[in-house]
Design a binder for this molecule. Structure first.
Ligand code: ACM
Ligand code: ZN
Length: 542
């Protein structure tokens, strides 16, 4: 049964590839099997959603139809799904059809819409596909083209990151960002919550993190460094305080919001570097004792957590204990990137640690730091993720590596049988410019990652053996916000690169085609307009 299903699926996929021009539907990411049929389903007040009354997807759809088309449908689990229905059906878990919890089958005929999925995200993804297929306008009655889609993703990790430290974004903006992920069937939100320039998460045991570390007195204006990273003379500051944090209640609300949309949040608490904001409030956990201020410029602070002081570890473990209590996901991101070693080199405590632990140098001290924290996190039944610097001095035994300085770190980690998320600067940093001509673009950090480079990126390096390739969980787009001043600009830098990345992660390579993507993007942009998204329009020709 299973073999036959996939055989039929693979023929259908070939048919789709050959028929590319005929099957352009305004859906991103491109589903893996589509058949378009003649006719349409007419949806109106008399349509009934056949589902349990508490099914999130059913209520989401009911509200969406009311808000967008003034259509009032009812939810009735006992309604027979023969005529004028939208049914949600769970495929039994012993089904041989497809065990993938993200799989869905969405079929629209003139009689109704049926959604079949396994217990899991499938019905939510079917709903997202359906919403993209609804007409942009309409009141009281809308027609939905007849089609059938079978779909499931290529990768398990389909991520987007947002840096809320360099610039703070409100709870409502973060929810909006999660909505965009959900629209594109992305399932991981990597939430960058701490850095030199601001601490954004309430920790009850350390209240100064919110009163002091969440604030900076001002911010450097424009780009403070030349193309080689050297500070420019006469840099200016805006003289305006910038700050904000998420209370634990805010975080619980956002976690629940994401969970309902099948998005797992991976919180990032940076260590041992990128920690100046925390040290501004608690300087006793640095090598020098301070005093410090939350960073007002970009770049990396030399002052980092002291690795020779046991109380530093207790401080971080207390913080992590609250973080673990707030975020139910498997992973806690501990940063690990760009930690200058200048303070450690001169610190007596750090040097004693190197001696006592028989470490070769400061790189091994960083590895000691991460391994010690990993032990704590593992003992709380969670796993760590770190940026690829955590390879230096030896990888912690169970760590997942996020490869950002190219793909080298990811490849090395996969060869050591560690899980990997690919997020190489090129093309996964969406804070880089998206077009060559910078003259009309908002100031960005640099680089050039156009939409097509994101679309054509293949996260699985061919240099890995098949078994090593299995360690590549997926990829992620990163939105660092040194030069992204507000949420409208987050949207501009993210979209449509997020749209392109979602297809890289969801759609099988043989079903991808950039020209076809652009055609669909143009159709789909109507929905982005309707949702008032400030997407970049370089590829919009309508
Ligand atoms: C990074 O961009 N420093 C991970
Ligand atoms: Zn030290």
């Amino acid at each position: 049964m299973k073999i036959r299903f996939f055989f039929i699926l693979s023929i259908a996929v070939k048919f789709l590839t050959a028929q590319e021009e005929k099957t352009v539907l305004p859906i991103i990411p491109q589903p893996n099997y589509i058949s378009v049929n003649s006719g349409y389903f007419s949806l109106s007040d008399t349509t009934v959603i056949v589902a349990g009354k508490d099914l999130f997807e059913a209520n989401y759809l009911k509200n969406y139809l009311k808000e967008n088309y003034d259509i009032d449908v009812r939810i009735d689990p006992t309604y027979p799904p023969f005529k004028n229905f939208i049914s949600f059906l769970s495929i039994l878990s012993n089904s041989t059809e497809s065990p993938d919890p993200e799989f869905y089958d969405l079929k629209v005929t003139k009689k109704g819409i049926s959604i079949r999925s396994n217990a899991g995200a499938g019905s939510f993804y079917a709903l997202q596909t359906l919403l993209q297929m609804l007409p942009l306008e309409g009141s009281k009655r809308i027609n939905v083209t007849n089609f059938q889609i079978f779909d499931s993703p290529r990768y398990k990790w389909r991520g987007m990151h947002l840096d809320c430290s360099r610039h703070f974004f409100t709870k409502e903006e973060v929810k909006k960002y999660i909505d965009y992920l959900a629209m594109y069937k992305m399932n991981v939100f990597h939430w960058h919550l701490t850095d030199d320039q601001g601490w954004r998460i309430e920790i009850k045991k350390y209240p100064l993190l919110t009163t002091i570390s969440s604030q900076r007195k001002e911010t450097v204006v424009g780009k403070p460094v030349d193309t080689r990273g050297k500070p420019l003379p006469g840099v200016k500051y805006d003289g305006k305080p910038h700050g904000g944090f998420y209370s634990q209640e805010d975080i619980k609300e956002i976690v629940a919001y994401a969970e309902a949309r099948h998005v797992t949040i991976v919180p990032e608490i940076e260590m041992p570097g990128h920690s100046l904001a925390a040290l501004a409030a608690y300087p006793q956990y640095s090598c020098t004792g301070g005093p410090f201020e939350t960073y007002t410029t970009w770049g990396v602070s030399d002052d980092v957590y002291c690795a020779g002081n046991d109380s530093t570890f207790h401080f971080i473990e207390d913080i992590l204990s609250e973080v673990i209590g707030l975020f139910p996901g498997k992973y806690i991101h501990i940063g690990g990137d760009e930690c200058p070693k200048v303070r450690w080199k001169k610190c007596q405590k750090c040097q004693s640690r190197i001696k006592d632990e028989h470490l070769a140098d400061e790189n091994e001290l960083q590895s000691y730091f991460i391994k010690r924290i990993e032990k704590y996190i593992n003992s709380n039944s969670r796993q760590i993720i770190g940026w690829d610097e955590i390879l230096e001095g030896g990888l912690a035994p169970n760590a997942t590596v996020m490869s950002w300085r190219g793909t080298k770190g990811g490849i090395a980690a996969a060869k050591q049988q560690h899980n990997v998320i690919m997020t190489p600067g090129k093309p996964c940093y969406f804070d880089h410019y998206q077009v060559k001509d910078r003259s009309k673009e908002p100031l960005a950090i640099g680089g050039f990652n156009p939409v097509d480079s994101v679309y054509n990126y293949d996260p699985t390096p061919k240099s890995l053996s098949i078994s090593e390739q299995n360690f590549i969980l997926g990829a992620q787009g990163n939105v660092w916000t040194e030069y992204i001043l507000n949420f409208k600009q987050v949207e501009y830098m993210s979209m449509p690169r997020m749209s392109a990345l979602s297809e890289t992660l969801w759609t099988k390579t043989e079903n991808k085609n950039f020209k076809n993507f652009l055609t669909r993007l143009n159709l789909h942009s109507g929905l982005l307009d309707k949702r008032k998204v400030n997407y970049a329009k370089h590829f919009i020709t309508k």
